[in-house]
Design a protein around this ligand. Structure first.
Ligand SMILES: Cc1cc2nc3c(=O)[nH]c(=O)nc-3n(C[C@H](O)[C@H](O)[C@H](O)COP(=O)(O)OP(=O)(O)OC[C@H]3O[C@@H](n4cnc5c(N)ncnc54)[C@H](O)[C@@H]3O)c2cc1C
Length: 428
């Protein structure tokens, strides 16, 4: 290499190094302050994820913390948010385009749910549309073209709302033992039984419901004989009773009883007896989404804590100057970010067609725990005001229990990892 060439290389090389340093610097600067509202610069997101974040943020910023406080106090479903998201097509984010959806991936839906929650909507905002995002996946995957047209289109347009009935009072997490029955009679089935915790049943027109069509003692495997229906929630025969509960008051959860409920055969999804397989299909995606909702809540709590810590002065200085306040919040940010990375990895793997049980479960667990801790620390940072509704973090704290319990409990996630990842014997 001549001296000239070396010099030239050196100068090109140097400018590349400078560029890279600059890029590195920009990457570092991408992690903006936790006090910023709905930041949109995660370096690990794709362009379409950024677009979703920006658009959904814009809608959500119209819904203030005061709005969510009022909805919580009045136990009023946030119909306005549901309507606004439907108007701009967001209720069909993962649904096929031919039925009005956007056919985006779980990665984009994860951004959407995190954003709704992080905006201050928390689990209330997220739960108001949660069912739309992936709840009808069994219809998408196993429904006939006629069913897809009839069921998906009004849901995506926001003209119909739906709820999901799996959990039962007597069987809990042991879904295969569920006791609700459907008997075939001519061109319809007759359903009888009960469900518990069915969310949004007070306002839903439709229900996706899992019942037994063949009694447990007549099937070869307990996973057989369960069938899935998507049908009208016929209030003339279905009794819906709201459960008073800890948090998320604006989005109801209910006990439902039904007897002699005639459901058309046209509302059976896929093959009779194959319902459990169909429900399992969307399970990992749902865990990822619930994890994202928890994350959003955790970030919202952290944002409020960091802002309050700078504003509140005691002993002549902001409380945020004390390491006793700073360190727990710093640790919470790290835990939320770690959970976020695992959840988005799970989402990406899911979109690439991998089975992501380990990462979906672990991501949901980590996000729910990190969110709960962030909410608790946010309440403590606020001192007495953390206990007052006016500062919103008590609402976040109450809601933060939910992703730890549903749709799958912490203990069942541990069981899953112990068996599937560590190869240990089933303990139950
Ligand atoms: C607000 C809210 C909304 C909900 N919305 C819906 C909905 O829309 N639709 C729906 O179908 N369901 C819904 N659920 C139900 C939810 O999915 C269940 O509550 C959850 O799956 C736990 O089931 P369970 O309450 O029956 O607990 P149980 O099965 O009674 O378990 C109780 C406890 O025992 C533990 N446990 C049980 N078995 C084992 C074991 N083998 N090893 C270790 N620990 C074990 C569990 O982890 C749990 O901590 C909702 C729940 C809540 C709280």
């Amino acid at each position: 290499m001549t001296t000239f060439a070396r010099r030239r290389f050196t100068s090109i090389g140097w400018s590349l190094v400078k560029e890279r340093r600059c890029a590195r610097f920009q990457t570092r600067a991408l992690h903006v302050k936790a006090t910023e509202f709905l930041q949109n610069n995660q370096p690990d997101w794709t362009e379409s994820m950024h677009e979703v974040r920006e658009a959904v943020s814009k809608i959500c910023s119209r819904y203030t913390d005061e709005y969510w406080l009022e909805k919580d106090n009045k136990h009023e479903f946030p119909l306005d948010l549901h309507r606004d998201l439907a108007k701009d097509g967001w209720l069909g984010i993962c649904m096929p385009q031919e039925y009005g959806g956007s056919a985006l991936g779980i990665s984009e839906a994860t951004v959407m749910m995190q954003t709704i929650s992080e905006s201050g909507g928390g689990m209330t905002g997220a739960s108001s549309v949660h069912m739309n995002i992936f709840g009808l996946e069994p219809v998408v995957k196993f429904g006939s073209p006629e069913q897809k047209e009839r069921m998906l289109v009004p849901l995506i347009q926001g003209k119909e709302k739906s709820c999901f009935g799996v959990t039962e009072p007597n069987t809990g997490l042991d879904t295969l033992k569920l006791q609700s029955l459907a008997q075939k009679q001519g061109d319809h089935y007759v359903l009888s039984g009960s469900k518990i915790w069915t969310s949004t049943a007070q306002i839903a027109e439709k229900i996706l419901i899992l019942v037994r069509t063949t009694p447990l003692d007549q099937v070869n495997k307990p996973t057989q004989g369960l069938s899935l229906f998507y049908t009208d929630l016929d209030r003339s025969v279905v009794q819906v009773t709201e459960i008073p509960k800890l948090g998320r008051a604006a989005v109801d959860s209910n006990v439902i009883f039904f007897e002699n409920w005639k459901v058309s055969r046209e509302d059976l999804i896929g093959e009779e007896g194959n319902g459990f397989k169909m429900i399992m299909h969307g399970m990992n995606a749902e865990r990822i989404l619930v994890g994202a909702e928890a994350l959003g809540l955790g970030y919202a709590a952290l944002r409020r804590a960091a802002i309050y810590a700078q504003e509140r002065s005691v002993f002549g200085r902001p409380i945020g100057k004390n390491q006793g306040i700073q360190h727990p919040l710093a640790e919470s940010w790290m835990k939320l970010e770690a959970a976020r990375l695992m959840l988005y990895l799970a989402a990406r793997l899911y979109d690439q067609g991998h089975s992501t049980g380990e990462y979906a479960n672990a991501g949901k667990y980590l996000a729910a725990e990190a969110a709960f801790e962030a909410c608790e620390r946010s309440v403590l940072t606020h001192g007495g005001m953390g206990y007052a509704k006016e500062y919103h973090v008590e609402r976040y704290f109450r809601e933060a229990m939910l992703p730890r319990i549903a749709p799958i409990s912490r203990e069942m996630i541990f069981n899953y990892i112990a068996e599937r990842v560590l190869g240990l014997d089933r303990s139950y």
